[in-house]
Ligand binder design. Structure first.
Ligand code: RIB
Ligand code: CA
Length: 319
């Protein structure tokens, strides 16, 4: 089993992704770290704790993380996408579980040093906690088995702005730092999540499976589906965060290319855009690629067998 830390900003799709990971025997979840993003840190933490309570997994620790990006303030999240509570305005009471005493970055450092070269980090929100852990203990980059994150858009438009994907836009400086670290990293971005559609029919089928956790996630999905119909005129939702676990379970479902990536941190209309180098940066004529020089290559998911991802997700959620 893969030792996994899940960094997340629940978030309706984060909640389904947590349900997916909890139902998958491939993962030994060491803990969940929470971060601001879709809603504020207090709410994302409450939401993560509630998911674990509904899943009867009080054994999994939750470490509360960053309340704002490395520079600047939390700008309020996207309640119009995920609801003011981050869970489709279901406003369920907080569960009985509480976060542990140490923060997200301390938990990441502690677990990575305890299990050198065994821990995979699955990041489903802004990369602030990972950047802060790197800042505090740079040597963890040599001890993390791999980082797989939902975020970015290499060769397609953004979703938060025409340029940028939401997680990257929430903290571009953190993203640029994390994408420059020397750990194996895979980007599961809009290039594949915008090709992976969870249709209303499939959601209706999944909702036939009754459990406290599935009932809750399906209830939260009503609001999320309405957003996608309004914003994208699609009858269903894109599969963003759950795609990270589909990749970790079966990498053959994804086609990848490898390039160094920079993230736009200028305060411009392109802020948060993930730019692959599109070429080797070490040849003489690559002066223009200076910003990408000496940066590690990132595996970028470019294509996906989306029907098989949906089948996998459906099968794991209905158990
Ligand atoms: O762009 C989609 C990403 O932003 C997902 O992780 C979603 O939960 C939001 O955080
Ligand atoms: Ca998320």
């Amino acid at each position: 089993m893969d030792k996994l830390i899940i960094d997340t900003d629940p978030g309706v799709d984060d909640s389904m992704a947590l349900q997916f990971a909890l139902a998958s025997k491939e993962f030994h979840i060491l803990g969940i770290t929470t971060v601001f993003g879709n809603v504020d840190i207090e709410q994302t933490t409450k939401n993560a704790l509630r998911i674990l309570h509904l899943a009867q997994r009080a054994d999994i620790p939750v470490a509360k993380g960053a309340s704002k990006p490395v520079y600047g303030e939390f700008l309020g999240g996207v309640p119009f996408v995920h609801g003011d509570d981050g869970q489709g305005n279901t406003w369920r009471p907080a569960g009985p579980l509480k976060p542990i005493d140490i923060g997200a970055e301390e938990f990441i450092i502690e677990q990575v040093l305890r299990y050198p070269n065994q821990v995979r980090l699955a990041a489903l929100g802004p990369l602030t906690n990972l950047a802060r852990a790197l800042e505090k203990k740079p040597e963890i980059q040599d001890k993390v088995k791999e980082v797989v994150f939902m975020g970015g858009n290499a060769f397609c438009p953004g979703n938060a702005t025409p340029a940028a994907e939401a997680n990257m836009l929430s903290d571009p400086e953190a993203a640029d730092r994390v994408l420059g670290a020397n750990w194996p990293m895979t980007m599961v971005g809009l290039d594949v999540t915008h090709k992976t559609l969870l249709s209303r029919d499939t959601l209706n089928k999944i909702s036939l499976f009754r459990s406290p956790l599935n009932d809750f996630v399906m209830e939260a999905y009503q609001f999320y589906q309405d957003f996608f119909m309004k914003a994208n005129k699609i009858d269903g939702t894109f599969v963003h965060d759950s795609s990270v676990f589909a990749y970790l379970i079966d990498r053959s479902l994804y086609k990848t290319v490898e390039y160094p990536i920079r993230v736009e941190t200028q305060h411009s209309i392109s802020r948060g855009k993930t730019w692959p180098s599109l070429g080797e940066t070490d040849h003489e004529g690559a002066k223009a690629l200076e910003p990408w020089r000496n940066r590690p290559k990132i595996k970028i998911c470019l294509d996906v067998e989306d029907k098989k991802v949906i089948q996998l997700l459906e099968q794991r959620l209905m158990q």
